[in-house]
Design a protein around this ligand. Structure first.
Ligand SMILES: Cc1cc2nc3c(=O)[nH]c(=O)nc-3n(C[C@H](O)[C@H](O)[C@H](O)COP(=O)(O)OP(=O)(O)OC[C@H]3O[C@@H](n4cnc5c(N)ncnc54)[C@H](O)[C@@H]3O)c2cc1C
Length: 262
């Protein structure tokens, strides 16, 4: 395992594992695919990892609580057998703290991805928006978007120091908008600077567009309503996923889905 500081608050951790001898399932344009990472107990340092049995996950008696969180598959290098995960560094939770202190040789557990959500590749235009937790998925979308398509990426970060260089697939016309939280404007009636910036993206009536939005769950609700109710995009055109929720540990992003206006 090795680490690379991409920005002051964003760290890439590159993992090796004997299990990668059997390969690792990374799919093209399944940009939101994610793994479950298991972290050592913050006090005891004990890593509790399940056995996978026909009854599901089973833990040894007395193993204690497992600490697992979802993280996007940023990259997998099949030749080097290395899995790259990009962590937002923060001091509020087990995973954020682990990443901030990670050193070569540290060990964690990994399961998944459980399945693949391959985005449709027949749209002429993609809009990808979110906060720093969504940046690994947005970066993959920019790198893997279909040739000839147009991608607008709207990314909310703490400050200019958090902007990073993003690669774009050949033949893709990309427009990357950085929303810097320390200076960005939140328009009247909007919940976040991300919402204001997403609403600022010019979209023609009836335009064929696929939209991916992820980040703090509360911040996403008005954006989802804007896309579905105001722009009239269909359920198939919109993938909005709460990746974390202020004040909630280990958010279950499936349980938190806001399907109210489907
Ligand atoms: C499908 C999916 C993919 C994801 N991919 C990534 C990824 O590639 N990189 C990444 O960094 N995150 C990613 N996340 C988000 C990550 O799983 C959460 O941020 C997770 O809560 C972090 O765990 P934690 O132990 O640090 O905090 P938790 O123990 O879960 O939460 C403790 C406290 O920290 C707060 N908190 C959680 N996350 C953050 C944050 N990012 N910033 C500030 N406060 C926070 C919570 O609101 C809570 O109050 C993804 C989530 C999902 C569902």
């Amino acid at each position: 395992m090795r680490t690379e500081d991409v920005t002051p608050l964003y760290r890439r951790v590159v993992f090796t594992s004997d299990s990668f001898d059997e390969g690792f399932p990374i799919r093209h344009f399944a940009v939101s695919d994610h793994v479950k990472l298991f972290f050592p107990h913050p006090q005891t340092g004990v890593l509790v990892f399940p056995q996978i049995t026909e009854n599901g996950w089973e833990y040894p008696d007395g193993a204690g609580d497992p600490f697992f969180r979802d993280y996007t598959v940023r990259d997998y290098d099949a030749d080097a057998r290395e899995l790259a995960i990009d962590f937002v560094l923060h001091d509020h939770g087990v995973a954020g703290r682990w990443a901030g202190r990670a050193r070569p040789g540290d060990e964690i557990g990994q399961l998944g991805p459980r399945g693949h959500v391959v985005f449709p590749s027949d749209y002429p235009r993609y809009l990808a928006a979110g906060d720093a937790t969504a940046l690994p998925a947005i970066a993959r979308l920019l790198e893997e978007a279909p040739e000839g398509s147009r991608v607008t990426a709207v990314i909310e970060v703490e400050s200019a120091a958090e902007q990073q260089r993003l690669d774009v697939a050949p033949g893709v016309d990309a427009d990357i908008v950085w929303v810097r939280r320390d200076e960005a404007v939140i328009a009247d009636g909007h919940l976040s600077a991300l919402e204001t910036a997403v609403r600022d993206v010019a979209i023609a009536p009836g335009e064929r567009l696929f939209v991916f939005v992820a980040g703090e769950a509360g911040m996403l609700k008005p954006i989802r309503r804007y896309l579905r109710r105001e722009l009239g995009l269909t359920k198939e055109q919109v993938d909005v996923d709460g990746y974390w929720k202020r004040g909630v540990a280990n958010l279950d992003h499936h349980a938190d889905a806001d399907d109210a206006d489907d």
